[in-house]
Write a protein that binds this ligand. Sequence first.
Ligand code: TXA
Ligand code: MG
Length: 317
Amino acid sequence: MIGQNIAQAAELLKRGEVIAIPTETVYGLAGNALDESTVAKIFAIKQRPSFDPLIVHVPDLQSLENWVQNIPTAARQLAQHFMPGALTLLLEKKETISDLVTAGSPLVAMRIPAHPLAQELLRLLPFPLAAPSANPFGYISPTRAEHVAHQLGDQIPYILDGGPCTIGLESTIVGFPEGRATIFRKGGIPVEAIEAVIGPVQVQAHSSSNPQAPGMLKSHYAPRIPLVLGKLTELIPQHQGKAIGVLSFQERYPEIPSERQFALSSSGDYTEAARNLFSAMRYLDQLPLDLIVAELLPEENLGRAINDRLRRASSKN
Ligand code: TXA
Ligand code: MG
């Protein structure tokens, strides 16, 4: 069921149920982070391998401090600037956080979502919420309640509808291996914004063999229809005769039926493009197409995180 009843959502969570909740980045598949059987249920519903740990969500910095220790100075600075928001910090966990949540790591990923419904809900609960993105493992993250309903609706009792996500990309994940600030997942907060606060950071290339972020598997965010990246002015004529969909940054192409193309932002606005990206991928993925052709954005600002998702969406091909 989809609804906006926060009290009902809180009741279900208190009973150990797993439900979908809105955040400003993407929808999450949430449950009591302190209850191992609930956490196991999250992994099962998402069909997620148990080596891929979950983010723990809390309402504010004060409650964040309950679950972690030895917070590095740079982490505190980032928390001051970007929490609540699209930032996740990898921090040393206290013992109360189960190994099931962190997949055995001594670090736990902590996030304070800014979405008003998520905030209100977290304040009603006496426990933090473990929540991965509310999509089946490997598929595109959901940015609307209907996206969740479509794929997981029959497996969860409630989807808390908070409207379309305003950011539309997952949180930026920052860790501090050997004291060096490192971005493990590009996301809703641009690298440039992080660097403006704490200075130059390392950006870790995503790969399935990256032990620091086991979930950074290459073929993530992938549509079912093959997606090819390149120059659209070359790809479109190359694939003449096939049913193609076009995912562009700004331009539209008169030779392609208009319902088979999606321009992420006609004005070239990165924020708007990020907000539209996953909806656009889902939209094109349900059309009767042989192929989706897409182009990368400039490698700056949110363009970097968008390009990361596009590259991984195409890595199956
Ligand atoms: O925006 C977001 O971050 C959304 C919303 C729902 O908060 N959540 C999200 O969760 O994207 P998920 O599970 O789809 O992606 C979290 C990533 C995973 O790839 C996981 O490997 C990494 O964070 N992660 C979680 N805990 C970790 C840990 N202890 N150490 C290293 N990586 C971790
Ligand atoms: Mg995910």
